[in-house]
Design a protein around this ligand. Structure first.
Ligand SMILES: OCc1cccc(Br)n1
Length: 404
């Protein structure tokens, strides 16, 4: 819990550094919010069930659909752009045999109402700020960046119907996760011609914007956006963190433009975080579309990375005072001393049972108490208590009223 709090505190402080406001959504949503037909893993693993009112509900697997629903609900009552962040528990239903977690916490930051890539550049900047705060550098982690408009351009040239776009992206996202022949088979089953499949896989292997320009031509929107993003990155000062990689599409069907994912350069771990632009998500829920982009950052892979790099912080419990009485009829005195210190904002662990001093010293060491305050009858008669500074061993008597 200490490690989780430390991680979330950093998520929160970075979000606030970027002027984002915290928001939260119900963990239990209508199942319909997550039913998409693009063959995503997130759909296959939906933690869904029928509730006692016979409603089909689901534990949310991600936060973005809830955000979309809320933006629609808020409608004109909120002024754009919206810059919202959330840290929320998300669920999936996997067979326990896989030994993987069914719940994790995800940090999300989203910008709603900004159509240009300045929004994506800002989001990537915020994640890099987070990495730097916890000691991760650009030699540990990088971002692969691309745009789904590259895919869209190719599919358009092979007159693949728009409604197959999300499904093709989900298939492409499985590159390097399943054999290439299975990818080709799935693309063909999505009615792509042999030629389209080959051209698609060709384009996806492109690793430089110049090469991409050779393939697609300079005027293509995908290219101008990516160039703008990379030039903004240079102004932010994070160029060494990002690289173009056309094979990055991300596995969520609703992305429509720039997509990015944080990866560990040693290649041992799954993607650390990921996100992108989703300009047409709101209309899938019956709302008016608004330009939108955001990312999700789970709490699992980042901890594995910190362990790999020896960067998990030492987080021991801290308390300023431990207060005890030397006999049971002075317990009330101990409570009075604790109350006085707490009124002054001092943290106190009050010993609640009549314990020998040896026990108290052991507990003081375990909870890292800085000061031991002993309520003993001789001192109490004089309205005083005995104080022991545990680091130095120094001890003295002091009037209760002078304690601080
Ligand atoms: O990364 C996808 C995901 C979603 C919900 C819960 C867990 Br654990 N993992």
């Amino acid at each position: 819990m200490r490690l989780r709090n430390w991680l979330f505190q950093n998520f929160r402080e970075v979000s606030q550094l970027y002027g984002f406001e915290e928001i939260d959504f119900p963990v239990l949503e209508s199942e319909a919010l997550f039913i998409r037909k693009a063959g995503e893993e997130i759909r296959d693993q939906l933690y869904c069930f029928e509730d006692r009112g016979n409603r089909r509900v689901a534990l949310r697997p991600e936060l973005t659909p809830s955000l979309a629903r809320l933006v629609i609900q808020k409608g004109k009552s909120v002024s754009l752009p919206l810059k919202w962040f959330a840290i929320g528990q998300c669920w999936r239903y996997e067979r326990m045999t896989r030994g993987r977690r069914r719940e994790h916490y995800q940090w999300n930051m989203d910008i709603i109402g900004v159509p240009n890539v300045t929004a994506e550049a800002e989001l990537i900047s915020s994640i890099i700020t987070f990495f730097k705060r916890i000691g991760i550098t650009s030699s540990d982690v990088g971002f692969k960046v691309s745009s789904r408009k590259v895919l869209q351009e190719v599919l358009k040239r092979y007159s693949v119907p728009e409604n197959l776009f999300g499904r093709v992206c989900v298939i492409i996202d499985k590159l390097e996760k399943i054999p290439i022949d299975d990818i080709k088979k799935e693309l063909r089953s999505a009615e792509l011609s042999e030629e389209a499949v080959e051209e698609l896989l060709q384009i996806l292997s492109v690793k430089s914007l110049d090469k991409l320009e050779e393939k697609l031509g300079a005027s293509v929107e995908a290219l101008t956006e990516l160039k703008q993003l990379f030039s903004l990155a240079e102004k932010y000062g994070y160029s060494e963190w990002i690289q173009f990689d056309a094979s990055i599409v991300r596995g969520l069907a609703y992305y429509t433009g720039i997509v990015f994912e944080g990866f560990d350069r040693e290649g041992k771990l799954r993607a650390i975080c990921g996100g992108g632009r989703y300009d047409r998500l709101l209309s899938t829920f019956g709302g008016d579309d608004l330009p939108a982009c955001g990312f999700g950052f789970g709490d699992a892979v980042i901890i594995e990375l910190l362990k790999e790099r020896g960067l998990v912080p030492e987080l021991s419990p801290q308390v300023e005072n431990i207060v005890c009485s030397l006999d049971s009829d002075l317990q009330g005195g101990a409570s009075l001393v604790a109350a006085r210190l707490r009124e002054k904002g001092k943290t106190v662990d009050l010993v609640l049972e009549n314990k020998p001093l040896k026990w108290v010293f052991k507990r003081a060491a375990r909870i890292n108490a800085q000061r031991l305050i002993i309520v003993g009858s001789a001192e109490w008669q004089k309205g005083m208590v005995r104080v022991k500074i545990l680091s130095s061993g120094e001890q003295y008597e002091i009037k209760v009223d002078e304690l601080e």
